[in-house]
Ligand binder design. Structure first.
Ligand code: CMX
Length: 425
């Protein structure tokens, strides 16, 4: 047994007990109301989900297990994974044990590559990546043990096994998608001694003389792991996981939600938008030209990608973390400078539009400009990177959900007629 498993075996029973006793003693206490507007408005803001891995206060942004994300930017994604699962950062010994454990699980079965090579090259990289995650369902320990009659208190153990097996393989799978999709040559085998994110960077085959790309990938993977559980990818995976679909089905479902342009695909849209600006003005625009370009986007009925948020009402701290990285590592990279210029121009435009609640940049408004600098110029691949990281958060939420026995989700729908009646309309 790994140190992670030992630690969770010690801490999770108390977590489970506290939830059970809360349900028993305060099950009837009302914590929120549902208005007609909320029902018709994407359930925005209704408190109806339990998530202990992270929280996103509107005026602060991401806090993981009590620690603001800005205090975690130097941590490896493996450390954040451990933190999400256990509530503590790992000690040096725990981290080493965890990394060894993940390395022992990383071999990708041959049939995954057969599925990859059977895909049409012009499939979207997210569709290809998600399909490979689904193909791996064959390996599910949860499903096999469930079929054998596994008792409920063992569910989280089997879910953890599946999640670790999958997360360990994702860098090689995602790097394989990248090299195959863009005809970059043979897949690159993992190299011993690299951490999880640096290994991903290495297998993509990006030239990285000073290690800057590996540093970006560590930060990227750390920043995108988790964002509480109301966002589309996390929420979807909670719903699917609550039916006891195994982690491969569950994580794939979440990743399918991540592939929407209003969610994780916004990083692709942002780079394409920035490159459109550069093409239109043959290089860096003036602030006035940029202002007009943004206005044209809005006038045509489209959103400015990378700006706004369903929860946040301040600059996304993950944006700030990337901005600080760019200022230090590649301050003169043209696309990064343009992303910075957009930040100086666009919020003032969005502030003038009354219906927009958050005029500030989210994480997607800048990540691609940094990837572009290091040579990852293929915007359609960007959401795959987001997905590799987000699988860590979804996994952590899933392990906790199975540990406390989150029941099958089944909210109640009503007809328009019933809604009107309830509203007295
Ligand atoms: N550009 C133009 N219009 C915007 C806007 C933007 N960046 N952000 C919000 N709006 C519009 C909405 O489309 C909505 O218009 P309608 O009422 O006509 O439909 C109105 O302003 C109100 O929206 P809101 O309450 O401020 O924001 P929502 O919670 O409805 O939506 C989000 C949030 C992220 C979908 C929206 O801000 C958006 O589309 N942003 C651009 C896409 C993006 O960057 N997505 C990534 C988010 C982070 C992530 O999940 O990864």
């Amino acid at each position: 047994m790994s140190l992670l498993h030992d630690k969770l075996s010690t801490t999770l029973p108390a977590y489970q007990d506290s939830i059970k006793s809360l349900a028993k003693s305060h099950g009837e206490t009302v914590i929120d109301n549902v208005s007609v507007g909320a029902l018709l408005g994407g359930q925005r803001g209704i408190k109806s989900l339990l998530c202990d891995t992270s929280e996103v206060p509107a005026d602060h942004g991401l806090i993981i297990r009590g620690t603001p994300i800005m205090q975690l930017v130097d941590k490896l994604p493996e450390e954040v994974f451990w933190l999400l699962l256990t509530g503590d950062l790992p000690t040096a010994a725990e981290l080493a044990d965890f990394q060894t454990d993940l390395n022992s699980r990383r071999e990708v079965p041959r049939y995954v590559w057969d599925v990859l090579e059977a895909m049409p090259k012009d499939s979207h990289p997210m569709a290809t990546f998600n399909l490979l995650v689904l193909a791996l369902e064959r390996e599910s320990i949860f499903r096999k043990r469930y079929d054998e009659g596994m008792p409920k208190d063992q569910y989280w153990h089997a879910v953890l096994e599946d999640c670790l097996n999958l997360v360990a393989k994702l860098p090689e799978i995602a790097a394989g998608v990248y090299r195959w999709r863009y005809d970059l040559g043979q897949r690159i085998a993992p190299k011993a001694g690299l951490d999880w994110a640096a290994s991903y960077a290495y297998m993509m085959g990006i030239e990285d003389k000073d290690g800057g790309f590996a540093r970006l990938m560590r930060l990227y993977m750390t920043l995108h792991t988790d964002h509480e559980s109301g966002n589309v990818s996390a929420h979807t995976s909670h719903c699917v996981g609550s039916a006891l679909s195994d982690p491969y089905y569950t994580i794939c479902a979440g990743l399918n939600g991540l592939a929407g342009p209003l969610h994780g695909l916004a990083n692709q849209e942002v780079l394409e938008w920035l490159l459109d600006v550069i093409n239109k003005f043959n290089g860096v625009p003036s602030n006035e030209q940029l202002h007009n370009f943004a206005q044209e986007t809005l006038n045509s009925g489209r959103v400015i990608p990378g700006y706004g948020h369903a929860v946040l009402r301040v600059v996304d701290p993950r944006f700030t973390a990337f901005m600080e990285f760019g200022k230090k590592e590649c301050p003169n990279a043209p696309v990064f400078k343009l992303a910075e210029q957009v930040f100086n121009v666009v919020p003032d435009i969005l502030k003038t539009i009354q219906k927009i609640k958050d005029p500030w940049p989210n994480v997607d408004s800048i990540s691609g400009s940094l990837l572009h600098h290091y040579g990852v110029t293929q915007a359609r691949y960007y959401t795959v990177l987001f997905g590799v990281s987000r699988a860590i958060g979804i996994s952590s939420q899933l392990v906790l959900s199975r540990a406390w026995g989150e029941p099958i989700q089944r909210p109640k729908s009503i007809t328009l007629g019933a809604l009107k009646k309830l509203a007295g309309a």
